[in-house]
Design a protein around this ligand. Structure first.
Ligand code: ADP
Ligand code: MG
Length: 390
């Protein structure tokens, strides 16, 4: 379905109501953090490349109040409630979802903060497991709440890195820095260019109100074992070694062609994706900086094709969703479309004219449903604010 985004103020009031009905108390803190979508720069975060995500108008919101104990009691929609003894050094535990919280608490413990006991209620509008980083939104919202509870403000990059460490050590997901950086650094009307070689974020304006982004979740997931991701990382590592360079940032297509024979077909195509995707991302940033979007469609299409044919991480449903947007075309208000995230399912991202966005999303929804019999989830967004106390 085409879903409108629930306003942050409404989510905050839902979280407050939930806190009141579960624990009988009024909130003293409300923290919010957004999910994210990557506009371009895919599967190159672990290759010293660039990513260009934006925070989306979908949030995890936590309302909380100290409770004069050493225990955190936390509820969320659709999962078992959690009680955490804050006097203990946190370790991985049960239920599974609580590990995102335990990891963040551990991060504060490692920084020698003494956390007061508290009650908290979590509400979210970020679809879970759709490649839109509900996990990073949960981590960053919770870390922001803890900042409030101990009356401190961590440097934004430190908070994002603390959240990333929680995901690594407690959720067991060896993710790059994009998700937590996007959720922590997000700003209204700004894309976040992250140089994954230096870890430095830079804001890139997305201020023209006549442009919007459609996120389309295909609602399929084919990579259940997650073997595809690890295999791609290994391929790019092998590819880089065969070029003889230290970093993909120093590799040109000439170097890749020079190593083509040694690489063999698969590693050659993986390598070609990395080098060309880095170049496309740099060009896309130029387009946003200059306001000249004449090439953006070709860049997004090129990215999708490269992910499909060279990196082999797309799937029929992602290809279909992208094709449906491309068919509507520039005349219908579509500037560009591509798969986004790790692939094998998940979501696509479509850059479009704001006036046409609803119509485009409706048409994509209708035709995707007709062709696959799968109900997709589509919504329209613009760059949103990052983690903050509401
Ligand atoms: P993604 O980050 O792409 O949405 P992940 O598999 O990384 O997918 O993270 C999804 C997991 O994060 C869920 O299975 C759940 O454990 C946890 N999670 C995310 N949001 C919430 C929430 N609001 N309440 C409880 N758990 C959540
Ligand atoms: Mg995640």
């Amino acid at each position: 379905m085409l879903e409108s985004n629930i306003a942050l103020s409404e989510l905050a009031s839902e979280a407050r109501t939930e806190l009141k009905s579960t624990f009988g108390v009024e909130s003293t803190f409300v923290a919010a953090a957004p999910g994210r979508v990557n506009l371009i720069g895919e599967h190159i975060d672990y290759c010293d490349g660039f990513v260009l995500p934006l925070a989306i108008e979908r949030y995890v919101v936590v309302a909380a109040r100290p409770n004069d104990s050493q225990t955190a009691r936390i509820v969320t929609t659709g999962e078992a409630p959690v009680e955490i003894n804050l006097a203990n050094e946190q370790k991985v535990g049960e239920p599974k979802w609580s590990n995102y919280l335990r990891g963040i608490i551990r991060g504060f413990q490692d920084l020698h903060y003494r956390l007061p006991g508290f009650d908290a209620a979590i509400i979210s509008s970020v679809p879970l497991g759709a490649g839109l980083s509900s996990s990073a939104a949960l981590e960053c919202a919770f870390a922001t709440l803890l900042e409030g509870l101990v009356d401190t403000v961590l440097p934004t990059a430190d908070k994002a890195l603390l959240a990333q460490k929680a995901e690594h050590d407690f959720a067991g997901v060896p993710c790059g820095i994009m998700d937590q950086f996007a959720s922590a650094f997000g700003m209204k009307d700004q894309l976040i260019l992250i140089d994954c070689r230096t870890g430095e974020p830079e804001m890139v304006p997305f201020s023209d109100p006549s442009l919007s982004i459609i996120v389309a979740n295909t609602n399929v997931s084919h990579d259940l074992s997650d073997g595809g991701y690890g295999a791609r990382r290994k391929d790019t590592k092998d590819g880089l070694a065969l070029t003889g360079k230290e970093s993909w940032r120093d590799v040109t297509m000439k170097d890749v062609y020079a190593a083509q024979e040694k690489m063999g077909d698969r590693i050659f195509r993986r390598s070609r994706h990395v080098v060309t995707e880095i170049a496309r991302t740099i060009e896309a940033v130029e387009a946003f900086k200059s306001g000249d979007f004449s090439n953006i469609g070709a860049l997004m299409e090129g990215s999708h094709r490269s992910l499909r044919d060279d990196f082999e991480v797309s799937c029929d449903e992602l290809d279909l969703m992208v094709a449906l947007a491309q068919e509507i075309g520039f005349e219908g208000g579509v500037l560009g479309a591509r798969m986004t995230g790790g692939g094998f399912g998940g979501s696509t991202v479509t850059l479009c004219r704001s006036v046409d966005a609803e119509d485009i999303a409706r048409r994509m929804h209708e035709r995707y449903l007709a062709e696959t019999d799968i109900e997709p989830l589509l919504f329209i967004t613009r760059p949103a604010a990052g983690a903050h106390l509401a």
